[in-house]
Ligand binder design. Structure first.
Ligand code: GTP
Ligand code: SAM
Ligand code: SF4
Ligand code: SF4
Length: 325
């Protein structure tokens, strides 16, 4: 569906749980966030009904995220359900990768097309410090499994944080030379847990680019890596993979925004950064049919804002793990 600002909204991101097996420093406090009661979280069947209705009004791509989507019980069933919808042509996941390796083959069989891993450090100790709970080797095994199973393009999300992983940017770039990985540096957004800490530790994509050029020389702009997101890609000479930038702060991409978000408790959120949400849980549980749900989704899309206002601070009660990144 085309929204008020002539953007084609064809991408739905679903946060299937607000729970997570890690506690990344920029995303969650050490004790985790207060969990939503079980009954408030949509069932897999309810998520499936929303996807069906959304596909009727033009959603073609679905990303499963969280919290950590792979901690959700029976999550593979949801992939299988979505894959059976002939209108959906791309099913992807954003995961911290801890549980991925052992589930990869089943996920692929159920319909997963591709995977984005969040990995902020290539150094096992630094990785542990950032995630508080994670083991680097588990994620690394997952990444290799994704390559082996041809879940291409395999992307790595690296949230850039000054004093935390900026000493590793060149290592990540080197990795893109050696392996068929698309490594995306994400500008830290002042959301939830890391606001206002994020402001002091922010590194712009421009600064990262300058550092990489100093080390590797000019990079070639890459026209397209399969995906629905806002990253811009470059390639080092002869590299198997690419380097991408997600410039949510320094150069926002709201003008070409194509997405909607559904939170784990059934709220449709037209913009990551605007706290306006549309309740789908109540109608779902009151027996709304596919057409009624589709009408509600249309109503939400009509109120999608033109752009974010991150400069005005974060006033939402939600944190990133509840919105799905
Ligand atoms: N401001 C803003 N940031 C976003 C948006 N979508 C994604 N991001 C940021 O980009 C990060 C990576 O997103 P992913 O979950 O990997 O998905 P993607 O980049 O849309 O996926 P592809 O389809 O593979 O391009 C997110 O965690 C956010 O930090 C958005 O709509 N607005
Ligand atoms: C919230 S996580 C959910 C999925 C999964 N747990 C994971 O980490 O991939 C989705 C993405 O949001 C990113 N993220 C979380 N907080 C962020 C912030 N404040 N600024 C930018 N990206 C953030 C994470 O790095 C991750 O790539
Ligand atoms: S970024 Fe992902 S893995 Fe890290 S705490 Fe947030 S939800 Fe969990
Ligand atoms: S901040 Fe909102 S409008 Fe801008 S790209 Fe993200 S979701 Fe779209």
């Amino acid at each position: 569906m085309i929204d008020t600002f002539q953007r084609n909204i064809n991408y739905l991101r679903i946060s299937v749980t607000d729970r997570c097996n890690l506690r990344c420093v920029y995303c969650m406090p050490p004790e985790g966030v207060k969990q939503t009661p079980h009954w408030e979280i949509l069932s897999l069947e309810e998520f499936g009904r929303v996807v069906d209705a959304a596909s009727d009004i033009g959603i073609r791509k679905v990303r499963i995220t969280g919290g950590e989507p792979l901690v959700r019980k029976n999550i593979i069933d949801l992939f299988r359900y979505i894959a059976a919808n002939p209108l959906i042509d791309d099913i992807s996941i954003t995961t911290n990768g801890i549980l991925f390796a052992d589930m990869a083959a089943d996920l692929k069989k159920a319909g997963l097309n591709r995977v984005n891993f969040s990995l902020d450090s290539l150094n096992p100790q630094n990785f542990k410090d950032i995630t508080r709970l994670g083991k680097f080797e588990d994620v690394w095994r997952g990444i290799n499994k994704a390559i082996e199973l041809d879940l291409h393009p395999v992307k790595l999300n690296v949230v850039a944080v000054r004093g935390v992983n900026d000493q590793e940017f060149t290592d990540f770039a080197r990795l893109s030379r050696e392996m068929p990985l698309h490594i995306r540096f994400i500008e830290l957004m002042p959301i939830g847990e890391c606001n206002p800490w994020a402001v002091g530790n922010f590194i712009s994509a421009n600064e990262i680019m300058t550092r990489l050029r100093e080390e590797f020389g000019p990079m070639q702009a890459e026209i397209k890596v399969t995906g629905s997101g806002p990253a811009k890609y470059f390639r080092l000479p002869g590299a198997k993979g690419t380097i991408g930038f997600i410039t949510a702060i320094s150069e926002h991409f709201c003008g070409t925004c194509n997405r909607l978000r559904l939170t784990a408790n059934g709220q449709l959120r037209p913009c990551l950064y605007a706290n306006k949400e549309f309740d789908l849980k109540t109608p779902l549980r009151n027996g709304a049919d596919r057409q009624e749900l589709a009408n509600l989704i249309v109503r939400a899309i009509r109120q999608k804002p033109q752009q974010h206002h991150m400069d005005q601070g974060w006033t939402d009660r939600r944190v990133m793990s509840q919105i799905g990144g």
